[in-house]
Design a protein around this ligand. Sequence first.
Ligand SMILES: NC(=O)C1=CN([C@@H]2O[C@H](COP(=O)(O)OP(=O)(O)OC[C@H]3O[C@@H](n4cnc5c(N)ncnc54)[C@H](O)[C@@H]3O)[C@@H](O)[C@H]2O)[C@@H](O)CC1
Ligand SMILES: [K+]
Length: 477
Amino acid sequence: MTGLYTADQVRTAEEPVLARTPGGALMQRAATGLATACLRLVGRAVGVRVTLLVGAGDNGGDALWAGAALAGRGAAVTALLLDPGRAHAAGLAALRRAGGRVVTDAAAAGLGRADLVLDGITGIGGRGGLRPAAADAVARAVAGPGLLVAVDVPSGVDADTGAVEGEAFPAQHTVTFGAVKVGLVVGEGRGHAGVVHLVDLGLDLPAPAARQLTDADVAALLPDPGAGDDKYSQGVVGVHAGSATYPGAAVLCTGAALRTRPGLVRYAGTAADGVRAAWPEAIVTDGRPADAGRVQAWVVGPGGGTDDEARSVLAEVLATDLPVLVDADALTLVSREPQLVRDRTAPTVLTPHDREFTRLGFDLGADRVGAARAAAAALGATVLLKGDATVVADADGTVFVNGTGTPWLATAGTGDVLSGVVGALLATGLPAVEAAAAGAHLHGRAGQLAAAAGPLIASDVVAHLPAAVHRLTDRVR
Ligand SMILES: NC(=O)C1=CN([C@@H]2O[C@H](COP(=O)(O)OP(=O)(O)OC[C@H]3O[C@@H](n4cnc5c(N)ncnc54)[C@H](O)[C@@H]3O)[C@@H](O)[C@H]2O)[C@@H](O)CC1
Ligand SMILES: [K+]
């Protein structure tokens, strides 16, 4: 599990270390870690051309000290001071001592031929997007050949939310200090941070603001069936989705549930013929959910319509004391009658995309973690807000940010697949927030495996779920 932290949490955790260590010691740890990471990334120091983009605060200090270390090992280092009067004095002196060049004109900073560019414009103290001089330097860096490495946080990215107002540094790698900041893995920040490397500063950190599951975490939540298990004991999931005219959502959702946890899937609805033809393993009825037989969790909504019949099915399922995943058309119905969810005591997972989220009546600004958390608290439910980095928030404030996936997953039907995956995990008895977060992780991994063969369609994601489970658990089933 990776803990994700806010800038304030990191600053608070730094205070006792700053108080008990000599001045500058923490920055030395940060800069040494940064220089080491850069050496690993470029492979050598001698003759490597490095440009430092240096802002007015300690983030620039980190870049200057790391630049001094690289210069000391034979790199040709140029520092571009964006706010010359306020550059970190000790770092600047160290760079000069090590033989680095210092310039104030972006055209003279060697960005057109740099091997490595370090972005030390702003870190956790940055506010708003890049200012014009910084934006000009960053544009030159992007146009040049150098590897783009952000120091602590890509400048212009809000460390807490991932929001980008205007422009930000599009890093290929981010070397971050003390703790991974929330803004590096969510929203626009995720795309700007590239690969995140953590330099341990030995901070005593509090409970994280949010979390990210690893493959090992998800494997631990998906135990192999034991010798005593039968088709019922692995969790039976019920699916109500699709329609006679549009059976696709039902087929994808049922297939995903089967491929995630192939104990037993019961389907109820008017797409029965289509589901029967695609998945002979499912137990199918064209009746109502109550006709389906016993299940441990329900998935309701994908392709199910929003008419009176769909509303009555949703109300029937939500009136049970079972975990329920509410998706797609059923979210539209909930937006009309949120008390259907609010009145429940059993777990409910809602899986909106952005438009469905706002339709539910919640503001969706650039702070996706905050928005999902607020919606979960208001509804007393688990909210899985889909996106490039899917956010899962529980009513108690627990948040997971998903780290897997591929842009290729932005295609029709993958949401139906996700619902089936999470539904299957809910039926195993996992707490709703864990089922949702693990399901998002697994769905993302299946998407990555499918995309390795080229552009994917939703059925490919279903087909790759067993391999994704196998990869996570590294065991043959
Ligand atoms: N506190 C510490 O002891 C440590 C801090 N470290 C580094 O220090 C950073 C935080 O340093 P600071 O608090 O000095 O803040 P930053 O260096 O992140 O930025 C603050 C400075 O940038 C200016 N600024 C804010 N927004 C700007 C924008 N959009 N464009 C241009 N300039 C802008 C501010 O006026 C201020 O002078 C961390 O991100 C990390 O890199 C590390 O060295 C580890 C130790
Ligand atoms: K930075």
